[in-house]
Structures are given as structure tokens and as C-alpha cells.
Design a protein around this ligand. Structure first.
Ligand code: KIV
Length: 276
């Protein structure tokens, strides 16, 4: 499977067909080596716009550009042989209108080789999703908490408690009807996420939405514990790589300062010994 090969082993209809079956396993990746690791175990590798916060140190996803998504998208597509890559559409690249959305989605697909895009929004994005899917752009939708609207929500809140529940349900139904092949439910209460999962014919992929979704997604750096100071409730840490990396870097710094590194085995002799 190469970035230029037209047909990948897993495509949006395969993901859609997994509705109600074995849970879909999704992680983000932003680089080729991490995409290779994710590829070995996951069904979908998401090049999330979380790249802005995770890799580029931005305060939110709002500053992420098309160029960033294309650069990281290409790197991930190179590393993902089996899992299906999906590229996030960055803030400002699709909200203006369906033609703008098509232009940028087509660019993301053509320049990365990914077979699908993801965009945030429910009922108000339905017309755009229908326009894209009718023109060869498979769309993974994203409802509930949509981080690109963090300023409208007033923070990274749980979305869908009380009266808000029916709005999230209507959003999910709207993106399904518009042709999305799956939908991410972010920070949606468990009961509501279960109801949406039951009501839809497309897979729901939860992040902070409980166990009854059709699949789960996490940001790979979060579940690997690469951050020491970021611990949202919905993230389970499967490793503490941040701690391991900190210890390794501290050991390296100490050995450089004490001249314990590099040792003879990491250095080149002036004379090559002659074999007898
Ligand atoms: O940007 C991202 O990584 C995402 C997922 C966490 C759903 O949208």
C-alpha cells in the first residue's frame, strides 16, 4: 500500500458495515512511525486537528491550517498500510459554504492520499456533508462537544445533559441522513450516547461517550501518557511514556555532564584493528 495507490484495503463502506459488530478501534497519529504502530492494531488512524495542541503547542485547535493537516496527513498515510486514514478538516476550511468545503476536502484527499475527511458539526453542516458525499468525499462527522467551537460552548464541557440531549440526537440523525459514514460522539453522557448508537445505522465512535458506542477513539499521546500535566477523565493511560522519556533524558544529561557518555563502544577508534 503506497500513498499513491488508488485503492486501500479498508475504505469508508467497510467502516460503515461494522455497525453493531466488533468495536471499531481508532487512535490519532501525526507522524509515520506512530502511524505504523497504530496501523498494527487499529481500524482507523485519525489525523486529528488535535495535532495543533499535541505537536505544535497551540492553545486550541483553532490555529491549525490546511498546510499542517496536509503535512501530517502525508506522513500518516505513508505509515498506515492497513488502517484507514481520516484527515480532520481544520477550522475555517469548510464552514463558509459547501463549495469551500469541497475544495478543501478534495485538496486534503488529493495531497495526502487519505480516503476520507472528518468535520465538526451537526444539523448546520448537514447540507455540506450531503454535498461532499455526493461528490466522492466520504465524511466522518463529529457531534457533541466539537472542540473547534470551544469558545461558543464556553469550554471543553460535557454536551447533551438535560434539554441539550435532543439537540445532540438531532445532530447525529442529521449527519447520518446527510450521508456521513460514521460519527464521532465527543463528551456525550453515556445514556445519550447509547441511545444515539441504537438510533443510527452508521457507527458511532466515542471519546468520553461511554462503552456503548460502536467504537472508541483517543488521542494517541494522551493514552501513551506523553503529557504529565494533562489528565482528562475520559483518557485511560495505557503507558507512562512521558515519565520514561523524562528519566531517559535526565540520565543522558547527567552522563554527558559527567563524561560517562559517549563510552568507547559509542566511539570510533583512530586505527581499524587488522584481522589476523
Ligand atoms: O482532533 C482530534 O484528535 C479529534 C479526536 C480526538 C476525535 O477530533
Amino acid at each position: 500500500m503506497s500513498a499513491t495507490s488508488p485503492v486501500r484495503p479498508v475504505l469508508p463502506p467497510d467502516i460503515r458495515a461494522r455497525k453493531g459488530g466488533e468495536p471499531l478501534v481508532v487512535l490519532t497519529a501525526y507522524s509515520t512511525p506512530v502511524a505504523r504502530l497504530v496501523d498494527a492494531h487499529c481500524d482507523v488512524v485519525l489525523v486529528g486537528d488535535s495535532v495543533g495542541m499535541v505537536i505544535h503547542g497551540l492553545p486550541s485547535t483553532l490555529g491549525v491550517t490546511m498546510e499542517m493537516m496536509i503535512l501530517h496527513g502525508r506522513a500518516v498515510v505513508r505509515g498506515a498500510q492497513k488502517a484507514m486514514p481520516v484527515i480532520d478538516m481544520p477550522f475555517g476550511s469548510y464552514e463558509e459554504g459547501k463549495e469551500q468545503a469541497f475544495r478543501n476536502a478534495a485538496r486534503l484527499m488529493a495531497e495526502t492520499g487519505a480516503p476520507a475527511v472528518k468535520l465538526e458539526g451537526g444539523q448546520h453542516m448537514a447540507e455540506t456533508i450531503a454535498f461532499l458525499t455526493a461528490r466522492g468525499v466520504p465524511v466522518m462527522a463529529h457531534v457533541g462537544l466539537t472542540p473547534q467551537a470551544v469558545n461558543t460552548f464556553g469550554g471543553y464541557k460535557v454536551v447533551g445533559r438535560g434539554e441539550e440531549a435532543e439537540k445532540v440526537m438531532a445532530d447525529a440523525r442529521a449527519v447520518e441522513e446527510a450521508g456521513a459514514f460514521s460519527v464521532v460522539l465527543e463528551k456525550v453522557p453515556v445514556g445519550l450516547a447509547a441511545r444515539i448508537t441504537q438510533a443510527l445505522t452508521i457507527p458511532t465512535i466515542g471519546i468520553g461517550a461511554g462503552v456503548r458506542c460502536d467504537g472508541q477513539v483517543l488521542v494517541v499521546d494522551d493514552m501513551l501518557g506523553l503529557f504529565t500535566d494533562f489528565r482528562p477523565k475520559f483518557v485511560k493511560r495505557y503507558a507512562e511514556l512521558g515519565k520514561t522519556a523524562d528519566e531517559a533524558i535526565a540520565a543522558y544529561a547527567a552522563e554527558v555532564r559527567s563524561r560517562a557518555f559517549p563510552a568507547a563502544e559509542h566511539s570510533f577508534a583512530d586505527e581499524v584493528p587488522v584481522k589476523k
